[in-house]
Design a protein around this ligand. Structure first.
Ligand code: SF4
Ligand code: MG
Length: 331
């Protein structure tokens, strides 16, 4: 299990101290795809960067832990962390062109991952790299292995990134907007590929996306983030059928049936509050169509509202009254 417990991330910005992640808990098990979804700037990517210890220079982890097999990754020396990163936890990002080394042949980049994280060396590693290119659907892998990245299309580059990430035989994969830069057809192919590899290798996948269609097709569980906090977590089918948080309801309502396939998160009136603010109450209150008098002054806690279903909203509970819903929304 990969577990984030009480994670707090702060950034120094011109406007002041930004609390990018405010006390996050999240557990990812092998064999499941867990989607982290939310508008841009809500803290999804920051969560991934923090857990890989790849925060930008103005960022720091201000509290919490990231447990992998009982060890806190935040305490590991950087040399050990390098083995975890790309070894036990693979990563793929939105822009394959910026992650691939432009002056290294694609095969060498896969071989590098294989040699760094498995027992294979030399010819055996190269043969394995060819296998991987074939496995991720690159035609003529024997020939393409010696190409430089610029010879590949965007979709092929993303396939190569997936090959590099999985060649190290990780237990977990972090995929941050893995298909956002690709056209719809290629997007679907790449998502199918990730789903197949996830099943085949019992990977735990943390899928970061702003696209609910991607979530509904891929995820076993969903966590919805808003302004640096998780505000709803549920099994994916439950989340789509019975969303509870007013923000989740607005997002899902605003997706017209026909557009559900590939619509980004719907526009909801108002904007995400800047995270250098101190929040007295609910962070969503200024945009909430169900806001009550005390919402602006009482911070809601994440409370259990069904099997594996947690919600951060005062409609469902009073502070400290985690298990008895005070009031429920009509469906
Ligand atoms: Fe809306 Fe209040 Fe719930 Fe926040 S706590 S989401 S403002 S109802
Ligand atoms: Mg992002």
């Amino acid at each position: 299990m990969l577990e984030i417990a009480g994670l707090q991330v702060q950034l120094d910005a011109d406007a002041g101290l930004v609390r990018a992640i405010a006390g996050m808990h999240l557990a990812l098990t092998r064999g499941e795809t867990f989607a982290l979804v939310g508008e841009s700037g809500c803290g999804k990517s920051m969560t991934a960067l923090a857990l890989m210890r790849l925060l930008p220079e103005n960022g720091r982890i201000a509290g919490g832990s990231v447990l992998l097999g009982g060890r806190d990754l935040l305490d590991l020396p950087e040399s050990r962390m390098r083995q975890v990163r790309g070894g036990r936890i693979g990563m793929i990002f939105q822009e394959p062109s910026t992650s691939l080394n432009p002056v290294m042949r694609v095969g060498e980049q896969i071989v590098e991952a294989i040699e760094a994280h498995t027992e294979l060396r030399g010819k055996a590693a190269r043969a394995k790299a060819i296998d991987w290119l074939a496995r991720v659907g690159i035609p003529e892998p024997q020939r393409r292995i010696d190409d430089y990245p610029f010879r590949l299309s965007g979709g092929q580059k993303q396939r190569v990134m997936i090959a590099i990430a999985l060649a190290a035989e990780p237990d977990y994969l972090i995929a941050d907007e893995p298909t956002t830069a690709l056209d719809v057809t290629i997007q679907a192919q790449i998502l199918d590929l990730i789903r197949d590899l996830q099943r085949e290798r019992q990977l735990g996948v943390l899928l970061i996306t702003h696209d609910l269609a991607v979530v509904s097709g891929m995820a076993h569980r969903v966590a919805l983030m808003y302004a640096g906090q998780i505000i709803e977590v549920a099994p994916a089918a439950e989340f789509f059928a019975h969303p509870k948080h007013p923000y989740a309801r607005l997002l899902l309502q605003a997706l017209p049936e026909a557009a559900r396939r590939d619509a980004p998160l719907a526009a909801i009136a108002g904007t995400v509050p800047p995270l250098w603010l101190e929040f007295a109450g609910c962070r969503f209150a200024p945009r909430c169509d169900k806001a009550m008098g005390h919402c602006a002054s009482t911070p809601p806690a994440l409370t259990e509202q069904g099997p594996r279903h947690q919600v951060r909203c005062l409609l469902y509970s009073q502070p400290g009254d985690a298990l008895s819903p005070r009031e429920t929304l009509s469906p």
